[in-house]
Design a protein around this ligand. Structure first.
Ligand SMILES: [Zn+2]
Ligand SMILES: [Zn+2]
Length: 279
């Protein structure tokens, strides 16, 4: 995997991840022959938004953000001769919290090189649900939404909104794991086809000039067993000239490079178009 750029990596600042240190990640990345990487910790959730998962651990605490940025800034310098290290965040798109998210990005965006925008939370009747927390919770969501197919529709609708929403100058340029709704597909299959929704999303990628997080994590999820997105969607994205950036979505050092062996079109993988281009 020489020359790989990994644009989706978590850190010890993640409350649901591992305690592996940032330098352990970087040393391992160098060993794997990475040419570069972006650390994309889950950005703090907007103040006042209640994390729908029981442990309240979906994202980094706001109080830790300055230390995260400072530590990465010094490591970026320290390792600059070995590989390109970029400072990023995985920002949640939360329907109804666009103003808060834009304000957050306006404040911290200038300190970022790169970022991902992801949908993990779905809104229904003024409540929010976390899509990828557990198979049990997914089942509960399907019951609330009426069916598994309804969860998929809601997910793709929210994903489309994330792409078209105005999150300001520092809006992330890459969309995270665009088929995350498939995480528990073996347990919650659906007969319905979402090809049209996905095709629509790819068109939006094109018109908004966005990159696709070609995310290997789904392959190691026992009820998913395919990357986000699966091969067919990647084929189509490549045909349309949408830039793909590999993402291991590693939450531990061991997860670096995950899924890479099974991905297709690795020759089409690119490096992110950084937010702070020209710097
Ligand atoms: Zn995570
Ligand atoms: Zn994510």
């Amino acid at each position: 995997m020489t020359g790989i750029y990994d644009g989706h990596i978590h850190t010890p600042y993640c409350p649901h991840g591992s305690a592996d240190s940032l330098s352990e990640y970087i040393e391992r990345a160098i060993q794997l022959g990475y040419r570069g990487m972006t650390f994309t910790e889950h950005a703090p959730l907007p103040e006042g938004f209640t994390d729908p998962v029981p442990e309240n651990d979906s994202a980094m605490e706001m109080s830790r953000l300055p230390a995260y940025l400072d530590e990465l800034t010094s490591l970026k310098k320290y390792y600059s001769s070995a590989l390109t290290l970029n400072i990023g965040l995985e920002v949640d798109y939360i329907e109804g919290w666009e103003n808060e998210t834009r304000a957050f990005l306006n404040e911290f965006g200038p300190r970022l090189d790169d970022a991902i925008l992801s949908v993990h939370f779905l809104k229904q009747n003024e409540h929010y649900y976390c899509l990828d927390y557990s198979e049990t919770m997914f089942g509960e969501i399907a019951a609330v939404f009426g069916s598994t197919a309804q969860v998929h529709s809601s997910y793709y609708r929210t994903l489309a909104q994330s792409i078209t929403s105005d999150l300001g100058t520092y809006k992330p340029r890459r969309i995270g794991h665009m088929t995350l709704v498939n995480k528990f597909q073996a347990l919650y299959p659906t007969e319905a086809s979402f090809e049209r929704d996905i095709q629509g999303i790819l068109t939006l990628f094109k018109t908004h000039g966005l990159e696709l997080d070609y995310n290997g994590a789904g392959l190691s999820k026992p009820f998913c067993k395919e990357p986000y997105p699966p091969d067919k969607v990647v084929e189509e994205a490549v045909k349309q000239g949408i830039p793909l950036v590999f993402g291991s979505d590693a939450h531990s050092v061991k997860g670096l490079g995950q899924g890479l062996d099974s991905l297709i079109h690795t020759e089409s993988l690119s490096v992110p178009l950084f937010l702070n281009r020209g710097e």
